[in-house]
Design a protein around this ligand. Structure first.
Ligand code: AMP
Length: 188
């Protein structure tokens, strides 16, 4: 199966994706992590995207599309992908459908983690202490939340139409969210 997990920054997408990938033997495809690796490895692409990422803006659709196609086209990951942080806008959502179709795959479930801005601020500051991510500070967190509301939230309607969407309360504990998500996946 292929899963899309989305929600505002700090909603717990990464944490939950790691858990699901282990439990169901899937592969976590985090576009944020792929992009941060480009910066860490000082690649040409990394130098182009560093300012965008550190200010909470989205990287261009083409760049991210090229990155994810490498995984979708690879048989090792066929029907075992968790899309963590992709799609981020309607164009990406449509592109994901096209790419999956091209490689004879589809999305089986879309999980949305719902979390308030107040909780997000708290979690991002906590994550900053633990992981020291350059884009985890209060100012950029608010910008990233705005980007989410403006660009990413509208894809909810897109997935709602196809009956794939399940909304999960992301305010409860990591374990409670784990249990709820597992139940939803097992019910597919
Ligand atoms: P994340 O780790 O998912 O919170 O992503 C961190 C940052 O990477 C985002 O704030 C964006 O700047 C960039 N990014 C991650 N995924 C995407 C995407 N699908 N499209 C555009 N930019 C992205």
């Amino acid at each position: 199966m292929n899963i899309v997990i989305f929600g505002p920054p700090g909603a717990g997408k990464g944490t939950q994706s790691k858990f699901i990938s282990k439990k169901f033997n899937l592969f976590q495809l985090s576009t944020g992590e792929l992009l941060r690796n480009e910066i860490k490895n000082k690649t040409k692409l990394g130098s182009k995207i560093i300012t965008l990422i550190n200010s909470g803006e989205l990287v261009s659709d083409d760049v991210v599309s090229n990155l994810i196609e490498k995984f979708i086209s690879n048989n090792i990951y066929k029907n075992r992908l968790i899309f963590d942080g992709y799609p981020r806008n309607l164009n990406q959502a449509k592109n994901l459908d096209i790419l999956l179709k091209k490689y004879d795959q589809k999305i089986d479930i879309v999980l949305k983690l719902s979390v308030s801005l107040e909780t997000i601020k708290k979690r991002i500051l906590e994550r900053q202490r633990q992981e020291n991510r350059a884009d985890d500070n209060e100012l950029v967190a608010v910008k990233r939340y705005k980007t989410y509301e403006e660009s990413t939230e509208p894809i909810l309607e897109y997935y709602n139409k196809s009956n794939l969407l399940k909304v999960v309360n992301g305010e409860t504990s990591i374990t409670e969210i784990n249990v709820e998500i597992s139940g939803l996946i097992e019910a597919i």
